[in-house]
Design a protein around this ligand. Structure first.
Ligand code: LLP
Length: 461
């Protein structure tokens, strides 16, 4: 019997996993909010995605692999478009960017947020119309700004006085008038991991509202009149469920909007509320739908504008995770199953922290399921780990898997579309997995698997 088979369920497990793990689960069930829409368990018990059996995907493309349900991603784009019909929805490309995804989001009517020259290059090479791109970043180089100006990027979100100076010089030199938003740090403590909260005072992004830098920056841009200040921007953090942060942020940013109007007689026509909308990684997460989110944000903005006697500005939002996160699962093959007596069962897969650093970096929670078959064996509490030389190389901290899981089985980990491939590394010289897009029974590689030749290509010594 393995360390945490169900026989021991109520004794052993109680001391370790979180409380929710003490309830035995149906290990074959797929909780809908965790999985891309077109994933199901087929008649043979294996997972299927858009009609394709994951065993066939594994045979054709190998493991580990990120599997993207393309129609799910497109559906999420459409939901955001429908929820924010009179706003611009920027897909935050940092969550995951490749040319195929740029085309998908562009076809679905979204705009694109990029934050480096590399992301900008990817967007442009996929044919993203530059006027539908917003360019972020706290340290844009002169070269990056030059490229943004010369290609006609739609909005540059300015983040420092140095950047205002650089952009002003560039605009004068080129005889153009770039459209900018001003990134404002509103002093909100978002309820999320400290590394992904971005609106408290003590951090690197934006102009401080409380310290007066935001107002000074706005006045400077307006007075110099070389850049076209379209509006204010605020992004409070990522993986946020609680709307109260957006409420405080909107209130403060609109108070600045009113201050600018009172001082300069100008009402800025746009307002960008950023992204950060949370998704479900485990059954414990309960995200709002884009529709509910939009209703709440709209109500907050309308209320604050009425209170400040401002016209409601044209809104934009920047969801990344909420578009791509739930549309992808990672498919792994189990290599070893190790019972560490009386402690824990470790299920090792052929990937790990190089394809998903989020568990190690943010203590993120994920879930997993046996993917190549169903099982009627009792559940055991397991830890899914990778193949890297580090004990913190954990993919899923605690999950019930059938007690008969064995080498050669496939595991699927949902919710890996955002910040997994985009933060992937070659740690231990493990080549990065491919991204396989599946739609209507067809699969295609949109980012190919890295090879050992790729790994050696930069090694020119
Ligand atoms: N807009 C701005 C200005 C941002 O900085 C970000 C994320 C977004 C939008 C999109 O946020 P989302 O909707 O995807 O939550 N690596 C971390 C997340 C870092 C987020 C950085 N900025 C993670 O894996 O959780």
């Amino acid at each position: 019997m393995r360390a945490h088979e169900a026989g021991a369920l109520h004794g052993d497990i109680g001391n370790r996993g979180p409380a929710w793990l003490r309830t035995p689960v149906d290990v074959n069930a797929l909780v809908p909010q965790l999985w891309p829409r077109h994933v199901a368990r087929g008649p043979a018990g294996a997972l299927t995605v858009a009609g394709l059996d994951v065993r066939d995907l594994a045979a054709e493309f190998g493991t580990a692999a990120y599997v993207l349900d393309e129609d799910d991603l497109r559906g999420r784009c459409r939901e955001f478009r429908a929820a924010f019909p009179d706003a611009d929805v920027y897909y935050a490309g940092k969550a995951f960017l490749c040319r195929a995804v740029v085309r998908m989001i562009a076809e679905e009517g979204l705009f694109l947020d990029v934050c480096t020259g590399g992301e900008l290059a990817t967007a442009l090479s996929a044919g993203m119309p530059p006027e539908r791109i917003g360019f972020h970043g706290n340290n844009k180089s002169v070269a990056e700004l030059t490229r943004a100006v010369d290609t006609g990027v739609g909005r540059i979100i300015v983040d420092s006085f140095t950047e205002i100076d650089r952009l002003t010089a560039l605009a004068r030199e080129r005889g153009v008038r770039p459209r900018v938003l001003l990134r404002v740090t509103v002093g909100v403590e978002a309820h999320t991991h400290e590394f992904i909260a971005t609106a408290h005072e003590d951090q690197k992004f934006g102009f401080s509202l409380a310290g007066g830098a935001a107002a000074t920056a706005a006045f400077r841009i307006l007075d110099e009149d070389v850049l076209e200040l379209r509006g204010l921007h605020s992004h409070i953090g990522s993986q946020i469920f609680d709307a109260s942060g957006f409420e405080v942020s909107a209130r403060r940013v609109l108070a600045l909007q009113a201050q600018i109007r009172d001082a300069r007689g100008v009402e800025l026509p746009e307002l960008d509320l950023g992204g950060g909308f949370g998704i479900a990684y485990t059954t414990q997460d309960d995200p709002a739908s884009p529709h509910d989110l939009a209703k709440r944000l709209r109500k907050i903005v309308d209320g604050e504008c009425a209170a400040e006697n401002l016209a409601v500005p044209h809104l934009s939002v920047e969801p990344g995770r909420a578009i791509v996160g739930p549309a992808v699962f990672t498919l792994y093959e189990v290599g070893t199953v190790k019972d560490v007596d009386g402690l824990r069962t470790y299920v090792s897969v052929d990937g790990g922290m190089s394809d998903n650093i989020r568990t190690a970096l943010y203590d993120a929670s994920y879930s997993a399921t046996l993917a190549n078959r169903a099982s009627s064996t009792v559940p055991m509490l397991a830890r899914v780990v990778g193949k890297h030389c580090e004990s913190g190389d954990i993919v899923v901290k605690d999950e019930f898997l059938p007690a008969d899981v064995q080498p050669g089985d496939l595991l699927a980990v949902p919710g890996t579309g955002a910040y997994c491939r985009s933060m992937a590394s070659n740690y231990n010289h493990v080549p990065r997995p491919p991204v396989v897009a599946v739609r209507d029974g067809h699969a295609r590689v949109i980012v190919r698997r890295e090879t050992e030749d790729d790994l050696l290509a930069l090694d020119v010594g």
